[in-house]
Design a protein around this ligand. Structure first.
Ligand code: XUL
Ligand code: CO
Length: 434
């Protein structure tokens, strides 16, 4: 045991009336929602990078968090960081965690050294997992922070960086498999451009497609059973990122023949940056059978950048889970808190409070979504709105052609009668549940 969370007990479900500062008011893992335990619907994960690796810097100032595992350049302290992480997972009672290589191992400045420290720390984590209940939801490679990645990883104009990226993902996939990871994620923060003046976009996209195919081939070669996921984000850190949003990723996956191999990890804040809502992104992926997992957080609507805050808007989250439930749930995916404390929240208890609040918001959202599904009002409205398409004549029309349809309109004197979209009534309906 470390002393980091000294004096703080494990969180318990105490119900909505509880006055405790640190407890669950809505997240009750064993509560059955639509025939399944809440924990199994939500599959919460803690993100190693925000909770343990990020030191509190912003563009105007450096570190605000002073943790006993700083500076993060030593294996002994990396293990202490892992000890604290596993203690936090246990205190929160979360079933999963997620990591980048750079979050968990001390940086050695060269590939062989980084692989060695990654293997050592993941052996240590695997050992800890044996006695802990928590498991790895996904691993990923940080191919955006170090200066070697500044012009991209798989899309880098320098083929040596492409090779380095391939070697890095191989090491991370091996480590994810060792930890029993249920997915592997690729987020391409530098896979895009700063200026088109120096960018051959067609070549870069082909390289990115080829790279992803190599990842899929390797997954099969080693018998990794997890799902490969790509995570859309339109920009930041690059001015433009190729994995702009769900629709763009789906087009990309289809172009390179990967649509049956790769799914999407969708993030609330990234959806907002792309000018969408979270439920839009989920609905797009679900319509294509490519919904994989979610990164849960929220952005500050005033600042216009990716603030990665813990979610606190139940109606927003409820609509996201509504579409997830409609799509059949998260499968091997989960709800990863890609969320960080504000840089003034320097106390260990803040880390627990951020997650507990986010988990309660998600639990409320899930329950509201489940009630809407059970009530069936939105589904009923959809059925009514599209009822015309149920007729054999309407279905036949889809196999018809413009000239025959023109003839039909003229012969039958068709003049469509506009009908209300009932948006306000549907919004009022949703507000009864959230
Ligand atoms: C960055 C982001 C990443 C990915 C994993 O905005 O979301 O943390 O989730 O690389
Ligand atoms: Co993310």
């Amino acid at each position: 045991m470390t002393e980091f969370f000294d004096g703080i007990a494990a969180l318990a479900y105490e119900g909505p009336e509880s006055n405790s500062e640190l407890c669950y008011r809505h997240y009750n893992p064993d509560e059955v929602v639509l025939g399944k335990r809440m924990e199994d619907h939500l599959r919460f994960a803690v993100a190693w990078w925000h909770s343990f690796a990020w030191e509190g810097g912003d563009p105007f100032g450096g570190q605000t968090f002073e943790r006993p595992w700083h500076p993060q350049d030593d294996m002994g302290r990396a293990k202490m960081k892992a000890d604290v992480a596993f203690e936090m997972f246990e205190k929160l009672g979360v079933p999963f965690y997620c990591w980048h290589d750079a979050d968990i191992r001390p940086e050695q400045g060269n590939y062989a050294g980084n692989l060695r420290t990654l293997e050592e720390i993941t052996d240590y984590m695997a050992e800890k997992q044996e006695s802990a209940k928590v498991r790895c939801l996904w691993g990923t490679a940080n191919m955006f922070s170090h200066r070697r990645w500044m012009a991209g990883a798989s899309t880098n104009p320098d083929p040596e960086v492409f090779a380095y990226a391939a070697a890095t993902v191989k090491g991370c996939l091996d480590a994810t498999m060792k930890l029993g990871g249920e997915n592997y994620v690729l987020w391409g923060g530098r896979e895009g451009y700063e200026t088109l003046l120096n960018t051959d976009m067609g070549m870069e996209l082909d390289h990115m497609g080829r790279f992803l195919s190599m990842v899929v081939d390797y997954k099969h070669k080693i018998g990794f059973k997890g799902t490969i996921l790509v995570e859309p984000k339109p920009q930041e850190p690059s001015k433009h990122q190729y994995d702009y949003d769900a629709a763009t990723c789906i087009g990309f996956l289809r172009k390179y023949g990967l649509e049956n191999e790769v799914k999407l990890n969708l993030e609330q804040g990234h959806a907002i940056l792309a000018g969408h809502s979270f439920e839009h992104e989920i609905a797009v992926a679900a319509a294509e059978g490519m919904l994989g997992s979610i990164d849960m957080n929220r952005n500050d609507y005033q600042s216009g950048w990716d603030t990665d805050q813990f979610p606190n808007n139940v109606p927003e989250v409820a609509l996201a889970y509504y579409h997830i439930l409609k799509a059949g749930g998260l499968g091997t995916g989960g709800t990863n808190f890609d969320a960080k404390l504000r840089r003034q929240s320097i106390d260990p208890i803040d880390l627990l409070a951020g997650h507990a609040g986010g988990m309660d918001v998600c639990a409320r959202g899930l329950k509201a979504a489940a009630t809407m599904i059970e009530d069936g009002g939105l589904e009923q409205a959809l059925t009514e709105r599209y009822a015309g398409w149920k007729t054999p004549q309407a279905q036949e029309m889809l196999g018809s052609d413009l000239a025959s349809l023109q003839k039909r309109v003229l012969d039958e004197g068709i003049e469509p009668e506009p009908r209300s979209g009932r948006q306000e009534r549907l919004e009022n309906y949703v507000n009864r549940f959230v």
